[in-house]
Design a binder for this molecule. Structure first.
Ligand SMILES: [Zn+2]
Ligand SMILES: [Zn+2]
Length: 347
């Protein structure tokens, strides 16, 4: 099968490798789409702390944002069959530790990361991908395979959303116009939030947020706190999802949150921060939650999306054929891309 191998330092190639052997509990999936994540770009370029910290072995098999069609199931698998449309978790549990044996595989301490850092599990930039059935999810009816390839970033956004009690009175602010920020908008809208605001700096990407139903604030030309105060009669946002991972936006998130608000920090900052006015957090009685992609959150995200009426296909801004996908791994080639997806096999 055709497989992308990344050698790091901007080198990669598509090679022919054996199709994975199916296990009794496994499902072999024909991959239709696989999105290129910022982490894939970091690992492809080797310009990231993961490589400095020795957490990547090359050649690496990347890809954790995929959707596909079941090709074959192992003999113990009953809940999936050939032809089912599926997506999967970004971590693979060991099935041997105490947590796995009691069914809590989301707590597994031996979790392998799909297509990213050590301990890694071979990723999905390949024609076929083998995954234990316990990590697989059905795609809701009416959702295209291309949209479904966003299920993993949606699960990361859901990791923040699940700490919030969003309802028709809520004001939700999202900082960061990447894929996870856009996913947060869609989930907040689907949960009925009164107002959803996207804060970012790229006008093209802000336009997409607007298409998804968000108010927009360009933080390079506006005083964000003043704009949020205008929208909320000075109360601030009930919930803030900080998805951009920058020092300034962290401060912004704290400053625009309402009294007793919740701020979710989604994604890595990759540096230490010691200029934060902690008293701002204390005096506003804020709840701060750290969020990273966790297995167990995909089902929750899909549950919300199942009833969602919003067309979120504008999040996929670019599509590349598999044979020509390598250019998608270099950020500067697609400065206005929110999500570049790779078409791998025909549906
Ligand atoms: Zn990702
Ligand atoms: Zn385990």
């Amino acid at each position: 099968m055709k497989t992308l191998l990344s050698h790091g330092y901007y080198k990669g190639e598509i090679v022919d490798l054996p199709t994975p052997e199916i296990t009794d509990d496994g499902v072999l999936v024909k991959i239709c789409y696989c999105g290129i994540c910022g982490t894939d770009q970091d690992l492809f370029s080797s310009e990231c702390s993961f490589v400095e910290d020795g957490l990547v072995s090359y050649p690496a098999r990347l890809g954790h944002e995929w959707s596909g069609i079941v090709e074959k199931v192992g003999k113990n698998v009953t809940e999936f069959k050939k032809g089912d449309r599926v997506v999967g978790d970004n971590g693979i549990s060991c099935e041997q530790c105490e947590d796995c044996l009691s069914g809590h595989f989301e707590k597994c301490i031996h979790l392998r990361n799909v297509g990213t850092i050590k301990p890694a599990y071979d990723g999905a930039f390949a024609e076929y991908f083998m995954i234990p059935a316990r990590h697989l999810h059905h795609i809701p009816d009416g959702m295209s395979l291309k949209e479904a390839s966003l299920a993993e970033p949606f699960s990361v956004a859901y990791g923040g959303i699940k700490h919030m009690n969003i309802n028709e009175k809520s004001v939700v602010a999202v900082i960061g116009t990447g894929c996870i920020g856009m996913a947060a908008i869609v989930l907040a809208k689907a949960l009925g939030a009164k107002t959803v605001v996207m804060i970012g700096r790229n006008p093209e990407k802000l336009k997409v947020a607007q298409r998804l139903g968000a108010e927009i604030i360009n933080n390079t030309i506006c005083d964000v706190k003043a704009e949020i105060d205008k929208l909320t009669n000075g109360n601030g946002a009930d919930y803030v999802l900080e998805c951009s991972g920058a020092k300034e936006t962290f401060k912004q998130a704290i400053s625009i949150a309402t009294f007793k608000g919740t701020v979710a920090l989604i994604g890595f900052y990759e540096h230490k921060e010691n200029e934060v006015n902690i008293d701002n957090i204390v005096s506003k009685a804020l709840t701060l939650v750290g969020v990273m992609g966790a297995i167990g959150d995909m089902a929750g995200a899909l549950r919300i999306l199942k009833n969602n009426k919003l067309d979120f296909s504008p999040i996929v801004t670019d599509e590349l054929p598999f044979d020509d996908c390598i250019k998608g791994f270099t950020r500067k080639n697609y400065p206005n891309s929110i999500k570049t997806t790779v078409k791998i096999c025909e549906e």
